[in-house]
Design a protein around this ligand. Structure first.
Ligand SMILES: NC(=O)c1ccc[n+]([C@@H]2O[C@H](COP(=O)([O-])OP(=O)(O)OC[C@H]3O[C@@H](n4cnc5c(N)ncnc54)[C@H](O)[C@@H]3O)[C@@H](O)[C@H]2O)c1
Length: 338
């Protein structure tokens, strides 16, 4: 379906949101970013589009009813990509309440404003909720998550995302709101806040500090390049069916320890170091509470119903990502300064 713009991107100053904003601007859309600029959100991530006539930034908090109401007073949206969230599992274990405020309450405030602004079955509008595969819980050594997998979240983060998914579906069923939900696997790429696994490992390598690996490093994740994820979101908006859920994944499973070894190998290649010289930095640390063993995505629905396909060269994309972090230490220092 083709919805004409204006588009709201919540969380557009974060990792995935900033990549999505750049893609939408490239496609000629008019984009409004709404972001609270928490520790994870930075205008440095949007320098390429700053000053562009089709780009506007509004600072605001999705968990504030007043901020959301004011935003919708200013703009009439045709599509909402909702990405604003507290997104780090470890932080959710330390302090779950912020996750309830932003991820649950914030989503409901946006749904309410969208409902009041005419997001209904007669409109050509769309509320696109960007969610995670973590809502499904954990897999054993085989099988994959799909759109019909029952929800079974284990961390406060995934419980808050699961709750927000349920609210989005409730608005579709109760108010006939045109919605779409995507449940995506782990993303990697440039501009990811340096608390997540890949930038943490690169920073440890650059500073010759211990590389923390949870437990025995056996947890498996399906890694997807962030540019592939935002392409999927764009294509789903254009080609997907309102009311549907789509699982997005890269068919690219790695256990944490093997992934850390690969990052070390690529880092050493880029730096011209003798291969494997940094493996002694690997340091096993106490496992994360409630750590899900394995996530994997069956992406056959999105790949059969739309033109989207994931990029297959993981090694090359990972290497260019590592290179970006090596060359952008100024960005790392800027976004992590207290
Ligand atoms: N990173 C992944 O691997 C991954 C995978 C699947 C789904 N997701 C989902 O994609 C979305 C984006 O993830 P990310 O990795 O880019 O997260 P991120 O932490 O990098 O960015 C989150 C953004 O939301 C903003 N934000 C946080 N609280 C806010 C609030 N109360 N009001 C307004 N803005 C607020 C932050 O300032 C930041 O810009 C999240 O909803 C996440 O659940 C992420």
């Amino acid at each position: 379906m083709n919805y004409s713009n204006t588009i709201l991107v919540t969380g557009g100053a974060g990792f995935i949101g900033s990549h999505l904003v750049k893609l939408l601007i490239e496609k000629g859309e008019h984009v409004v970013v709404f972001d609270a600029l928490t520790y994870a959100g930075h205008l440095e991530n949007l320098v390429e589009v700053k000053g562009h006539p089709s780009f506007q930034f509004v600072k605001g908090d999705v968990s504030s009813k007043e901020d959301c109401a004011e935003l919708f007073r200013q703009f009439n949206f045709n599509c909402i990509f909702h990405l604003a969230a507290e997104s780090h599992v470890d932080r959710s274990i330390q302090g779950p309440l912020a996750f309830v405020h932003t991820n649950v309450l914030g989503t409901v405030h946006l749904l309410e404003e969208a409902r009041k602004q005419g997001f209904d079955g007669h409109s050509k509008k769309l509320f696109f909720h960007v969610s995670t595969d973590e809502v499904f819980g954990t897999l054993g050594s085989d099988g994959k998550f799909s759109e019909t997998t029952a929800y079974s979240p284990h961390s406060p983060y995934s419980a808050s995302k699961a709750s927000s998914d349920h609210f989005v579906r409730a608005y579709a069923d109760t108010y006939d709101m045109p919605v779409m939900i995507s449940n995506c696997s782990n993303n990697f790429g440039t501009h990811q806040f340096p608390e997540k696994l890949i930038p943490v490992v690169v920073n440890s390598l650059l500073n010759q500090k211990p590389i923390p690996v949870y437990g025995k490093g056996v947890n498996v994740r399906d890694w997807l390049w962030v540019e592939d994820h935002v392409q999927a979101l764009y294509i789903l908006w254009k080609e997907g069916k309102p009311g549907e859920t789509y699982c997005i994944g890269g068919n690219n499973e790695w256990n944490n320890l093997d992934l850390v070894h690969l990052i070390i190998e690529l880092f050493d290649e880029l730096k011209g170091n003798a291969l494997g010289t940094s493996t002694q930095l690997i340091s096993f640390v106490t496992d994360r509470l409630g750590h899900d063993l394995r996530y994997a995505i069956d992406n056959s629905k999105i790949t059969s119903e739309t033109s989207w396909l994931p990029t297959v060269d993981f090694r090359e994309k990972l290497k260019s990502t590592i290179q970006w972090y090596i060359e952008n230490q100024e960005w790392v220092n800027s976004v992590t300064k207290p």
